[in-house]
Design a protein around this ligand. Structure first.
Ligand SMILES: *Cc1c(COP(=O)(O)O)cnc(C)c1O
Length: 592
């Protein structure tokens, strides 16, 4: 693997992300975006890709979630101790915010890959005595504060991150990868760098092109409302006259606001969405840009439960080094799949009992639903018709459901969604036990995605850019029952990797059809198979590992980033047409 990555490219990639989940003890993430960043860097370390990560320290974490008996969420800071887990660097960088010089230091965390290659992640921190009390809080809260606070954080991440890399001496960075638009100001840092060396008064087209050749952008936002926008007066107040004038001269302001996605799009040589469907949606949103897709993947070793790790080690010992071998899971005896799953389920139920005191049944069909509690995820779609759900459970076979997920502290819709799950749970009583676990995080996700019998996902189309928890489930032989959006459009093979909710036609949801489909699949297909034909159910479990575990992993994803995004000298980009596969084949005999 080392050789391969050296052949593919030899220049460092700097990966910028507002959130990153490196370790269950470091609460610097809110959900899928941070998981993806962590999984990308873990896979890059396994593949010995020269890479560094940049994020903010988030001393107060995302938050701790408390739920009362009615499902009302309250929050407290998730304070943690960087001193115990990270290595402080002596380097100092600074950025100018509202004319003040804000000092930044960095804490380093090393991710070590399978063969020992280490990838450093630099967590930026402004809690230094030389900064004003307010500036010291700028790296405290992930997605906390108002727009002004957020914009200042994005200045720290984009401009400060760039400055810190220079201080640390990461001069060999050639490609800057912006994981979502929060770090897009780094393009301004790259422009300013050229200003300094060329002494230019005005940014030229050549400057823009030179910066564009160094940046790669991954968009994650299929809805315009999700994009960060900052008003002109705020940008000018924070950045000052000159940088604002530069941004203005290159038309980064739309309708009076700096749109971070647009800024990233303008300055990236390669742009991708995170699933095939998301590419389509993004092209509709940004028709002037060439957008491709690299579908997300999850880090196989991180998300595979211990019983399945041991099973794979016995049958396909190469699986961890080369995840493609998971395709060979197709020949693992069904009884061993069932046994590994029974163990994962038992571990989950023990964890649930430890947390809640409730002993769920190891025999009952156990469904899992957990992710950020955002409204579009429709956590309560399953509860649209409680009478029908009760009838299915009493006539076809028992059902129990485990929920988890935090709502953003200011997201009233998300908080309401949690309350609705609690209301449904109360109304269902013992007929269908429903538990909502507090504090959904990386550690709980690992138990939950591996230990349930069916992973449920019912987002409103087309709002799910990819989704990754169903991928974690498939590595553990847990099939999905999901709306055909995000990754499931391509990962779904009916009856082999799981089941669809509704059909694939049209990219918009039709709730009444989806609800009917959800209940029909449970009543007539999934539950009868689970209870009456357990071997058939185990076959679906096994093929979901072979088909989806082998592909929707972060190793395949990072190969695709290397091949499509990180190589700076791709011939297509220099204006040549790449040879087609047909041509290459025709020429092969001549070459021989
Ligand atoms: C994987 C994961 C997510 C992302 O879930 P989606 O299915 O992509 O929405 C969110 N939170 C945690 C803690 C996770 O582990």
């Amino acid at each position: 693997m080392t050789e391969l990555s050296e052949i593919l490219f030899n220049q460092t990639v700097a990966y910028f992300s507002m959130e990153v989940a490196v370790n269950p003890a470091i609460p610097t993430y809110s959900g899928g975006l941070g998981m993806l960043a962590g999984d990308s860097l873990r896979a890059a370390a396994d593949l010995s890709i020269p890479m560094v990560g940049i994020s903010l320290l988030h001393r107060k974490g995302y938050f701790r979630q408390h739920l009362d008996a009615w499902g009302n969420q309250s929050e407290s800071p998730a304070v943690w101790s960087p001193e115990d887990l990270l290595h402080p660097l002596p380097n100092r960088a600074s950025v100018s915010i509202e004319g003040r010089d804000v000092q930044i230091r960095a804490w380093r965390y090393l991710i070590r890959g399978l063969s020992g290659h280490a990838i450093p992640i630099y967590f930026l921190d402004t809690a230094l005595p030389e900064n004003s009390p307010w500036d010291q809080t700028l790296t405290d809260n992930l997605y906390g504060g108002d727009d002004h606070y957020r914009f200042c954080q994005e200045v720290i991440l984009g401009l400060g991150g760039y400055a810190m890399l220079r201080e640390i001496g990461c001069a060999e960075v050639y490609t800057y990868h912006m994981n979502e638009g929060h770090s897009a100001l780094l393009s301004l840092a790259l422009l300013e760098e050229r200003h300094r060396t060329n002494g230019l008064k005005q940014v030229t087209v050549a400057d823009r092109e030179a910066v564009r050749q160094r940046c790669v952008f991954t968009t994650h936002t299929p809805v315009p409302a999700g994009i960060d926008k900052f008003p002109y007066y705020m940008v000018r107040g924070v950045l000052g006259e000159e940088p604002t004038a530069v941004l203005n001269s290159i038309e980064c302001f739309y309708e009076g606001s700096l749109n971070m996605t647009n800024l990233a799009l303008l300055f990236s040589r390669y742009i991708n969405g995170v699933s095939m469907r998301h590419e389509e949606i993004s092209r509709g949103m940004f028709p002037n840009y060439p957008i491709s897709s690299i579908t997300n993947g999850v880090h196989a070793l991180t998300w595979t439960s211990q019983p399945f790790q041991q099973l794979f080690d016995r049958h396909i010992p190469q699986w961890c080094r080369d995840n493609l071998y998971l395709r060979y899971a197709i020949s693992i005896p069904l009884d061993e799949i069932k046994e590994a799953h029974a163990q994962s389920k038992q571990r989950l139920l023990a964890e649930v009992q430890k947390r809640t005191g409730v002993a769920l049944s190891p025999q009952a069909m156990t469904m899992g639903f957990a992710r950020r509690a955002a409204e579009y995820k429709r956590a309560d779609l399953l509860f649209s018709d409680l009478e029908r759900l009760k009838r299915i459970a009493s006539q076809v076979g028992p059902i129990q459901i485990i929920y988890g997920g935090k709502a953003h502290p200011r997201d009233e819709g998300g908080k309401e969604a949690i309350r609705r799950v609690f209301q449904a749970a109360a109304a269902l009583g013992d007929a269908v036990p429903v538990l909502y676990l507090e504090e959904y995080d990386m550690a709980l996700a690992k138990h939950l995605c591996a230990g349930v019998d069916l992973w449920l996902n019912t987002p409103l189309k087309p709002d799910e850019a990819s989704g990754t928890s169903g991928m974690k489930a498939s590595l553990n032989g847990v099939p999905s029952l999901s709306v055909l959006d995000g990754w499931w459009v391509e990962g779904h093979v009916e009856g082999f990797t799981g089941w669809s909710v509704g059909n694939a036609w049209g990219s918009e949801s039709d709730p009444s059809k989806e609800i009917a489909s959800l209940y029909d699949k449970l009543e007539y297909v999934i539950l009868p198979m689970f209870y009456e034909r357990p071997q058939a159910y185990a076959e679906v479990m096994r093929s979901s590992i072979a088909l989806n575990g082998s592909f929707y992993n972060a190793q395949r994803m990072m190969f695709q980033y290397m091949e499509n995004a990180y190589q700076a000298e791709k011939p297509e980009r220099a204006g040549y047409a790449a040879p087609t596969c047909a041509l290459a084949q025709e020429e092969a005999p001549l070459a021989g």
